[in-house]
Design a protein around this ligand. Sequence first.
Ligand code: AMP
Length: 147
Amino acid sequence: MENYKHILLAVDFYEHCEAVANRAKDLANKFQAKLSIIHVVDSLPITEAGYGVDIPFNMDLTTELMAGAKKRLAILAEKLAVSEERLWLEMGSPKAEIIRIAEENKVDLIVIGSHGRHGLALLLGSTANGVLHHATCDVLAVRLQDE
Ligand code: AMP
């Protein structure tokens, strides 16, 4: 098996994310690979036609979410010794953005958790599932156990 050269860690900042981060860091060390980190702030719907109501796009809330995420990303990056140019803070669909950033940056392994906020009720979370099905590189879904 060829060594991985560029690993992308996808973090959602929920409780299990440290285990996923540690696995990505171990693999990066083992393969002497570059390590990048991505977090995607879910975009808010401007209108939700299905409910018959308009949800106004809240710029203040979006700015606050991005600022909070930026801080958490910086803390994690420091812990994993990942430099600023390898941090990706995006807005949109997590699945689509993880795949886009991976493709644009020649990532050869994406490391994600098997599930996130939805817990074990879903065997494979929807982001994990989407990335596994649509990524053009290898994907490691770190099996997370609920304590
Ligand atoms: P989920 O499919 O939402 O249960 O989450 C599974 C995994 O996908 C998480 O453990 C993270 O590794 C990744 N993930 C989920 N949401 C995001 C997000 N907004 N940004 C980056 N990674 C995410």
